[in-house]
Write a protein that binds this ligand. Structure first.
Ligand code: HEC
Ligand code: HEC
Length: 346
């Protein structure tokens, strides 16, 4: 073999070696990116997930229909915009909203988990099949617009959205689409909240504070005011009290709603089949959070028939003689018993 032959051979081998090392390095780099991407499916990124598929362990529970099954492109776009508004309400309609500024910075999804599709996460499955319906709070028949605006005015401590606006039309289209697989008048399995037994005692805000410190405050913060993302357009962790939280006429201000919501959904990641709190912890932390300060709303026309007030509605007058304090914190069993008895007599 001549010297030249040897050199050509050597350079071919070196080239091949470079290629092999190159491929090896690229593989390593790609896997590192893959794993980084994998770990990035964290809380801050959960909102970006496409059409949410609820993870049910039982076929009996409702399952949201697939948006991709909508064939009319215009309708599909409207439904997708509605979903976007549920997930990122604040970006469009919060204090720095790009469309309008009519709400407190919270997103509908903060309380209607997984864009309103999670089992016992306050989902929207039964809305289309049951509205319009009579609601005792207003004493009137309410349609979906009215119900959505109730949450804007109370849970998002804001103003009603114009019924004819593209945003309201989109939210309605999305909610109606989600409930399109439920027959008129029927209730979907797993809608609203999972029932929670009453305690024999009043809920205890002092014990609830310990629960809050141990299990909630890393996310919702020691002052309860949550954590905004850097540009301030929405929350990573929504507020539980303070001036940007739901007001005192919102659904979560009722202790049973709050306790049921957190039992099946908090700390973030909890599911109804695998709750992270005992019943006592859920009731006590509800008492603690709902004894902190928050915006107050005047609603003189609520509950025109006072006998129809839910037992944990914390504002008098009442028809049953129990105090505001007991209606707020319990014990609820005696109130419930008296209510059931008076129903039987009626
Ligand atoms: C702070 C929590 C919270 C936020 C934020 C919130 N909601 Fe609600 N929403 C509730 C609660 C709690 C209920 C159930 C109240 C009850 O039954 O007393 C409810 C009920 C509803 C219902 C009726 C559900 C049913 O099955 O009858 C609709 C529709 C609704 N909300 C829409 C919205 C929309 C749209 C938004 C965003 C603009 C929103 N909500 C934001 C807490 C919230
Ligand atoms: C790991 C972080 C984390 C922990 C811990 C946590 N939460 Fe949350 N919480 C969230 C997030 C995130 C949301 C909003 C969910 C969404 O938008 O998908 C939320 C929403 C809520 C809401 C409804 C929205 C609102 O602001 O009113 C309540 C009520 C709530 N949490 C209570 C609690 C309670 C009580 C605890 C402790 C038992 C707790 N959370 C623990 C992250 C957390």
């Amino acid at each position: 073999m001549s010297n030249e032959d040897f050199n050509t051979k050597l350079s071919t081998i070196v080239k091949q070696l470079k290629l092999v090392i190159g491929v090896f390095v690229i593989t390593i780099v790609v896997s590192i990116f893959y794993f980084l991407g994998f770990f990035d499916v964290s809380i801050s990124n959960r909102n970006q997930s496409e059409i949410a598929i609820p993870k049910n362990d039982s076929a009996d529970f409702w399952l949201a229909p697939d948006i991709n099954s909508i064939t009319d492109e215009k309708q599909k776009d409207l439904v997708l915009y509605g979903k976007e508004l549920i997930i990122h309400t604040s970006k469009y309609l919060g204090p720095k909203g790009s469309v309008n500024q009519i709400s407190n910075g919270m997103n509908c999804q903060n309380c209607h988990m997984d864009a309103g599709t999670k089992i016992f996460g306050n989902n929207y499955s039964s809305v289309a099949a049951n509205y319009p319906k009579y609601r005792a709070r207003s004493g009137k028949e309410e349609d979906i617009y009215k119900r959505v605006n109730d949450c804007f005015e109370r849970s998002l401590n804001g103003k009603a959205l114009d019924t004819l606006s593209k945003e309201m039309q989109a939210i309605k289209a999305y909610i109606e689409f989600l409930g399109s697989n439920i027959k008129k008048g029927k209730k979907a399995e797993g809608s609203g909240f999972k029932d929670l037994a009453f305690l024999d005692r009043a809920a205890d805000a002092k014990k609830g504070k310990d629960v809050y410190v141990a299990k909630c405050q890393t996310c919702h913060q020691a002052n309860g005011e949550g954590l905004l993302i850097a540009d301030g357009t929405e929350y990573t962790y929504p507020p539980l009290w303070g001036e940007h939280a739901y007001n005192d006429k919102a659904g979560l201000y009722r202790l049973s709603n709050f306790a049921k919501f957190v039992k099946s959904n908090m700390p973030f990641g909890a599911v109804h089949e695998n709750p992270q709190l005992t019943d006592e912890e859920a009731w006590d932390v509800a008492a603690f959070v709902n004894s902190q300060s928050r915006p107050s709303k005047e609603t003189p026309n609520d509950w025109p028939k006072i006998s129809e007030k839910p037992i944990d509605h914390p504002f008098g007058p009442f028809s049953d003689g129990f105090s505001e304090k007991q209606h707020k914190y319990g014990p609820f069993k005696p109130i419930k018993k008296k209510k059931d008895e008076s129903k039987k007599q009626a």
